[in-house]
Design a protein around this ligand. Structure first.
Ligand SMILES: NC(=O)c1ccc[n+]([C@@H]2O[C@H](COP(=O)([O-])OP(=O)(O)OC[C@H]3O[C@@H](n4cnc5c(N)ncnc54)[C@H](O)[C@@H]3O)[C@@H](O)[C@H]2O)c1
Ligand SMILES: [Zn+2]
Length: 264
């Protein structure tokens, strides 16, 4: 809200951002977007506005409620799996310390994630998202839709964790990602006690359709053109796809549901 106000008052006043959560320091705080949920839609109102500066003060990290502090690591895992295999190895190796939010380890994870996000935005060639390719939105088509479906009771980080698991399984079923690599990523999410399934994935509309799949159309509309979703071809490597096999996606959901039920 502050970002939107600063971007529009007097046609834009300079904004210095001081993000205070793991998620915002590691991801949204270093970006160029601001968004407000409106009319039942995620980030419906907002602008692109480059902040004058972003100040990540680590002291804020440690004052967050524990679950919020840890959940934000979902976006850290995300940027590692789409951009940086070496960083993923580091996260895997330090998963225990990260799960406990050991201060030095948390700070390093947040800093590396913020730099990877900032580097992509600054040097990725499409800071203002004129094109449809959004690697930093890995797992987000389902995540954004689940947040809306939940009436925003589901947090962004948790939704992203579940959304990534869905697209990881889809990538495996398509033969793009090895099951070993998928297992490694999911093991890290589980170690961080992030959710790997949510019952909203199985919700049906009145006419019996799988509701979450409508998120693909919502995402395409949001992109303003061709549907473009990043799928994984390895750890640290992704590929844009423009068509999603709905039946296969539903099969992934059924498999995730069965897996979740077997653990209960
Ligand atoms: N590019 C983007 O625009 C982008 C990217 C990722 C996420 N997001 C959005 O960002 C939102 C999540 O933001 P968030 O992680 O800042 O959460 P939040 O703003 O919802 O804050 C969570 C809660 O923690 C409290 N809190 C925050 N910092 C604290 C601290 N240091 N100590 C104690 N309490 C603290 C807040 O008062 C609040 O109650 C989501 O809506 C998500 O969609 C946007
Ligand atoms: Zn996100």
């Amino acid at each position: 809200v502050a970002g939107f106000a600063a971007a529009t008052a007097h046609r834009g006043i300079r904004l210095l951002r001081v993000p205070t959560t793991t998620l915002s320091q590691a991801d949204s705080g270093v970006g160029v977007k601001n968004g407000i949920n409106f009319m039942g839609q995620k980030n419906y109102l907002g602008t692109f506005a480059v902040p004058w500066a972003t100040l990540n003060d680590f002291l804020f990290l440690h004052s967050q409620p524990f679950s919020l502090k840890r959940a934000g690591l979902a976006e850290v895992v995300k940027v590692a799996v789409v951009k940086d295999a070496v960083f993923f190895d580091w996260l895997e190796e330090h998963a225990g310390a990260l799960a406990a939010c050991r201060p030095d380890i948390l700070e390093h994870a947040v800093e590396r994630s913020a730099l990877l996000h900032a580097e992509h935005i600054a040097r990725g060639g499409d800071a203002f998202e004129m094109g449809s390719s959004r690697p930093l939105d890995f797992g987000h088509w389902a995540a954004h839709y689940m947040e809306t479906m939940s009436g925003y009771t589901l947090g962004h980080a948790e939704a992203v964790s579940v959304g990534m698991c869905l697209d990881i399984l889809y990538s495996v079923k398509k033969g793009w990602l090895s099951s070993r690599q998928a297992e490694r990523i999911i093991a890290v999410l589980k170690a961080l006690e992030l959710p790997v399934f949510h019952p909203l994935l199985t919700r049906r509309t009145k006419d019996g359709a799988c509701e979450i799949l409508k998120g693909l159309e919502a995402f395409r509309e949001h992109l303003g053109g061709q549907l473009t979703v990043l799928m994984l071809t390895g750890i640290g490597k992704g590929m844009d796809v423009h068509e999603i096999d709905a039946a296969l996606m539903e099969e992934c959901i059924r498999e995730m549901q069965a897996q979740a039920a077997s653990l209960e």
